[in-house]
Each structure stands twice: as structure tokens, then as C-alpha cells.
Ligand binder design. Structure first.
Ligand code: 8YV
Length: 332
């Protein structure tokens, strides 16, 4: 019997997903908590036809040129700013991501972070744990109203739309959004959201949530100048990518109470966090966990696995990012 082709799984993933892959491939699994450095990644990719990766590994032209047998890289994430897709396409390597399976879970978390930020959950819990609660007061940890307020959404893809529905239908919020392209009228009506320009979004939102992909264009889309346009009572929530917010400018604005509060799940240069963000009280910080439920993380890993299996066995991946290369330059 011919040997099975070999693939790499770059991070620890669910055993049943590894077993699913073992039906088709020899599997090299980095079953540790560590992230492979580029040189280690290149070494482990030798002789491999496929790889499952996460947002922690940068996959660019240098990596795929140094791994000549590699035909597909499947990211266990919907965001793929860790991939240089044009370079992968030029090298004939297919790239895939994991859309849809994490939409509702990530929207749930976006809303949780918004609520926690607006209602000062972290700050008040620290106060209680520190034994400082010795009386009740009318203004104690008075936060910002969520129901009936104006929700601003920057980036209106699948997750933005799922957040809009939660805000409009669940919390009676007025929902406004800004996006590179306006949604069609039927989709706008379905998620009860109105399109506005970015300046209006910044000016009118009581709660602004960021759900746009990271790119050169969205780098520091929210910096000092944008924060200055927001209401001083506003909250800002980022569940998209670090780098979309200028973290140093945000920390300064929070210290100066230019906006009321922020909730961040993603950071520039994560897992490092800007030290100034750690010292401001009016902030809720979480370690990039918006899609982290057991069911969703398993579904993401399984979709990445199925992309690798389907592409390498039938030539038809489920959720490709550069399908145009199939039959036109893709490595065989
Ligand atoms: C991932 C995410 O878990 O899907 C994304 O884009 O940000 C998260 O859901 C994370 O990127 C690890 O790959």
C-alpha cells in the first residue's frame, strides 16, 4: 500500500479532528503549547502537502518557497491577515479560512464585551474582590445604558450583521454601520441597520464595536483623531484585530476620560499588551477569545481539516481564499 501523504498541524487541536485527518494523512502534530518559529515551521513543513495553521503563524512567500511540497494551508480562523495571500497564489499554494462556523459565537462575545464594558463589570468585580465594598451608593459603578442606545458597527460582514441583529432585536438599539461597501437593502432591513459615513458613525454611536478585517487600509482606523470625534460618554469595543486601534492613543484617551470605557479582545503585538492599557481602570481586557466555545473551536478545526482533505482528495476545498489558482498554477 502506498504511504499516505504527510501534513502538519501547527498547534494543539482536538484529538477527534487529528483522528479525522489520520484517515487520509500521516500527521505531524505540534501537540505542545508552543508556537513554531518560522525556522521550525519551515523544517516541519518539509515533505508536507498540507498544513493547518492558526493566526499565530505568519505564512508568507518565504515560508512557502522553502516548503516546495506544500499545496494547501488551512487557517483555523476566519481572519487571515497572517497569510500573504498574493504570495501564496504566486507560489501555487491554496489558502483557506473558517467563515460562518464562528459567526454567532463571535457575535455573542462581542455583545458580552460590550455589556461588560458599558456596565463596568470588571472594574466593579475588582473593587469587590479587593474588599472595598462597605456601603451602597446611588452612583456606585453607574455605567452607560445599553438598551435603547445607538450601536455603531464598523465593518459589516457576517459577524457585524449578527451583532446588529442582537442589538436591534434583543436590545431595541438603533443600529448604524459603516463598511467599505453598503449592504443591499434587503440585508439592511433584515438586520435593521442603517448605513452612515465614518464621521457620522463616530459622532453618533453610544457604543462603537469594531468587526472589520485587518489590512494596511484598516491599520489604526481608530486613533486619536477618531476617538476625538466620539462622544465622551461612548464605549469602544474591538473584537476584530489588534492594529485596527492605536492602543497607545486609546490608553491616553481612556486616562483622560475622552471616552468612557473600552473593551478589547485583540491587541497590537499580542500576546503582548500595551502597558498603559493595563493601568487604566475603565477597560475590560480579554485574551483573544471571541470564538472560544468548545463547539465553535471544534467546528473551526474540523472545517480547516475538511478543507485540507477535500482539496487534496477531490480538488474542491470548502472555503478557499484563492480558488482562482485551482487548475491555473496551483501546485500539484
Ligand atoms: C481565532 C479569530 O481563534 O477567526 C479569527 O479570525 O480571530 C479567532 O477566531 C484566532 O485567530 C486563532 O486562529
Amino acid at each position: 500500500m502506498a504511504a499516505k501523504p504527510a501534513i502538519l498541524i501547527s498547534r494543539k487541536i482536538f484529538p477527534d479532528v487529528v483522528e479525522h485527518l489520520r484517515q487520509h494523512f500521516e500527521v505531524d502534530h505540534n501537540d505542545t503549547d508552543g508556537v513554531l518559529a518560522p525556522a521550525q515551521l519551515i523544517e516541519r513543513l518539509q515533505g508536507k502537502v498540507g498544513a493547518l495553521t492558526t493566526g499565530s503563524e505568519r505564512i508568507d512567500g518565504a515560508i512557502v518557497q522553502a516548503a516546495p511540497s506544500l499545496r494547501i494551508v488551512a487557517n483555523i480562523a476566519v481572519g487571515y491577515n497572517n497569510f500573504d495571500v498574493p504570495a501564496l497564489s504566486s507560489a501555487g499554494v491554496l489558502a483557506t479560512n473558517t467563515p460562518d462556523v464562528l459567526t454567532e459565537t463571535t457575535a455573542d462575545f462581542g455583545f458580552a464585551l460590550l455589556m461588560a464594558t458599558a456596565r463596568r463589570l470588571t472594574e466593579s468585580e475588582h473593587f469587590l474582590r479587593a474588599g472595598q465594598w462597605n456601603r451602597w451608593a446611588l452612583d456606585m459603578f453607574a455605567g452607560a445604558e445599553v438598551h435603547g442606545s445607538t450601536l455603531g458597527i464598523l465593518g459589516m460582514g457576517r459577524i457585524g450583521q449578527a451583532i446588529a441583529r442582537r442589538g436591534a432585536l434583543g436590545f431595541g438599539m438603533k443600529v448604524i454601520y459603516h463598511n467599505r461597501s453598503r449592504l443591499d437593502a434587503a440585508t439592511e432591513a433584515e438586520c435593521k441597520a442603517s448605513y452612515v459615513d465614518k464621521a457620522t458613525l463616530l459622532r453618533e454611536a453610544d457604543h462603537l464595536i469594531l468587526v472589520l478585517p485587518y489590512s494596511k487600509e484598516s491599520h489604526h482606523a481608530i486613533g486619536a483623531a477618531e476617538i476625538a470625534q466620539m462622544k465622551s460618554s461612548a464605549t469602544l469595543v474591538n473584537i476584530a484585530r489588534g492594529g485596527i486601534v492605536d492602543d497607545a492613543a486609546l490608553a491616553k484617551a481612556l486616562k483622560e476620560r475622552r471616552i468612557a470605557a473600552a473593551g478589547l479582545d485583540v491587541f497590537e503585538g499580542e500576546p503582548s499588551v500595551h502597558p498603559d492599557l493595563l493601568t487604566v481602570p475603565n477597560i475590560v481586557l480579554t485574551p483573544h477569545i471571541a470564538s472560544a466555545t468548545i463547539q465553535t473551536r471544534r467546528a473551526m478545526a474540523m472545517l480547516a481539516a475538511d478543507n485540507v482533505i477535500d482539496y487534496l482528495t477531490t480538488g474542491k476545498p470548502r472555503t478557499p481564499l484563492n480558488a482562482d489558482i485551482i487548475g491555473k498554477g496551483a501546485r500539484t
